[in-house]
Design a protein around this ligand. Structure first.
Ligand code: CDT
Length: 311
């Protein structure tokens, strides 16, 4: 049976601080419809796609801060997206800030969900690699306070059955860490959906700002190739509340080649036909993990949390 599907990356331009969630969702529904018109079955939206990228601000007022998070999805504001997905039979990945009551306390995560073509949630992922700081850094025009506003994800890197294959999720900074891809590669991932918000000047070293876009693609292309997986990376981009963020959302084949790339810094849909069997030629040869990986010889064995297997 053919495992070819058309996948879409639905890049978003800036979201203003005052833009209501309903407006962001309307933008996403428009793009979902456009992607459907091009035959897409899966649409990948960005990280924290329902609001402006609020970790750039130090927010001291508790109520003001809590207003950036969502509880259960679909919420009244996001319902139209879930309904459009079911109507069109198009699934999606959506990043959002999650507030949840867990282990007897309120917790906050930078989260994504994978939604099936029936509009129902297939799986959830919580961002593991939180960049930035837990306290404001003096002298910075924009803060990056993910460590203050979120806890590291506690769901590992799960891979879900869906869209004719095995689908995993990452969120932004995760894409720079090879182990994130490898944990999913070891589970036979076919396609990794990920959204990002990446300020051009995120390192604080202006002399390497010009490499931001290169490193964005370098990480995802390497992760795709070394784990024989498709990667769909979707930006929220452009000048958002004064902070310039990179675009160039991409669809990357298991060869590591970019097969589609956004050309604007605005809302833009790109699509590609993804043959989920394309990874097989790598998985059965150069990246046949069972035959060629030698974890016992690595010198350092890291135990996977919650499972006994060495990675
Ligand atoms: N959102 C996110 O994770 N952005 C980071 C850059 C910020 S580092 C202070 C990224 O890796 O793209």
């Amino acid at each position: 049976m053919s495992r070819q599907i058309i996948v879409a990356s639905a890049q978003m331009g800036p979201i203003a601080k005052t833009e209501p969630r309903q407006s962001c969702v309307a933008r996403m529904v428009d793009m979902l419809r456009e992607a459907h018109g091009r035959g897409a079955r899966l649409v990948v939206f960005p990280e924290l796609a329902l609001t402006s990228f609020f970790p750039r601000w130090m927010i001291e007022d508790k109520d003001e801060l809590e207003a950036w998070y969502e509880e259960d999805l679909p919420s009244p504001a996001t319902q139209p997206l879930f309904e459009a997905a079911a109507e069109l039979a198009v699934g999606f990945y959506l990043g959002y800030a999650e507030r949840v009551s867990e282990e007897g306390r309120i917790r906050h995560f930078n989260t994504s969900v994978l939604v099936g073509p029936d509009g129902k949630i297939i799986g959830k992922y919580r961002k593991v690699h939180l960049p930035g700081h837990d306290a404001p850094q003096p002298g910075r025009t924009f803060q990056h306070l993910e460590k203050r506003y979120f806890e590291p994800g506690n769901l590992g890197f799960p891979v879900f059955d869906g869209f004719g294959g095995r689908v995993g999720m990452m969120i932004c900074n995760d894409r720079r860490w090879p182990e994130a891809y490898r944990v999913m590669g070891l589970q036979g991932v076919d396609l990794i959906a990920l959204g990002y918000n990446t300020p051009v000047d995120h390192t604080g070293h202006t002399d390497i700002d010009s490499l931001t876009q290169f490193h964005n693609h370098l990480s995802m292309q390497a992760g795709a190739y070394q784990n024989a997986s498709w990667v769909v990376g979707t930006a929220k981009c452009g000048r958002e509340e004064g902070s310039m963020m990179v675009g160039q959302s991409v669809i990357i084949a298991p060869s590591g080649e970019i097969v589609a790339m956004a050309s604007t810094l605005e809302d833009e849909v790109i699509t590609a036909k993804a043959d989920l069997d394309l990874g097989t030629r790598y998985r059965e040869t150069i990246f046949d993990f069972a035959r060629h990986r030698e974890p016992d010889s690595y010198g350092l064995i890291v135990e996977r949390k919650g499972a006994g297997d060495p990675i």
